[in-house]
Design a protein around this ligand. Structure first.
Ligand code: ZN
Ligand code: ZN
Length: 242
């Protein structure tokens, strides 16, 4: 399996380094592939320029390291919509869907203002939006799916993990092990791996220093067989109209 890191940020969003610097670092770390996956909003007018820039970098680094373009967009509603315009999809190789906040019928749960709300209700709404996100054709990779729940004191044991994994299997989406948030002991990761879900180990680095530091874990998990996606093939297949 290729040694790669397919979730990183550059200064197009909240990263500290340019895409070139991130890609150069990935190359120096011995990675065979890297993706720049900056945070977007539906209104991010810079996405076409960003995609074009990454296209040039693919050529610039050709023969050294494979470069993929991507975006990360947060889940916005209980309908599983993400904060990316549908027109972005054909411009990039990969779209990451992530929970940065948990949607409720109007807006998002707040850790302070909604402290009195029952955890059952929050889990319920998280589940609804998670299920719907799995049906969202824009999304390729489910990034750090459970990270936001911890902030509300919700343990993984309170979630129907088996049911979630079954839904992921059917969706055909890629599950991410995000080294900032996940441990490979997470039940969802273990069960997904057993069920043959495609899994990516990624760093979510926001600087070259981050990338260097995180590479120890990424390489370790990759060597232990957790990097389980033929990404070239995945991108090829997703572009074939169904
Ligand atoms: Zn994220
Ligand atoms: Zn990220």
């Amino acid at each position: 399996m290729m040694l790669m890191d397919l979730h990183t940020h550059s200064n197009y969003s909240d990263g500290k380094n340019t895409p070139e610097e991130m890609i150069q670092t990935a190359f120096e770390l011995g990675y065979e592939a890297v993706a720049i996956t900056d945070h977007v909003w539906r209104t991010s007018a810079w996405v076409p320029d960003y995609a074009e820039h990454l296209k040039q970098l693919k050529t610039q680094f050709s023969g050294l390291i494979r470069v993929y373009s991507g975006i990360e967009a947060k889940v916005l509603t209980l309908d599983g919509d993400i904060d990316a315009d549908a027109s972005f999809r054909p411009l990039v190789d990969l779209v990451l869907g992530s929970f940065h906040r948990i949607p409720k019928p109007k807006g998002f749960y707040s850790k302070t203002k909604d402290a009195h709300i029952s955890r059952t209700e929050i889990v319920e709404h998280w589940l609804v939006s998670f299920r719907r996100m799995l049906d969202n054709p824009l999304v390729d990779i489910i990034a750090h799916p459970l990270s936001e729940l911890k902030g509300f004191g919700i343990q993984h044991s309170q979630l129907p993990i088996k049911e979630l994994v079954d839904l992921i299997v059917v969706s055909g989406k890629i599950l991410e092990i995000n080294v900032r948030y996940n441990s490979v002991d997470d039940q969802i990761i273990q069960m997904a791996a057993e069920q043959g879900v495609p899994i990516l180990v990624s760093s979510d680095s926001h600087s070259v220093i981050d990338m260097v530091n995180n590479s120890v874990l990424v390489k370790d998990l990759s060597n232990r067989g957790f990097q389980r996606v033929d990404i070239e093939r995945y991108i090829r297949n997703k572009n074939i109209p169904k």
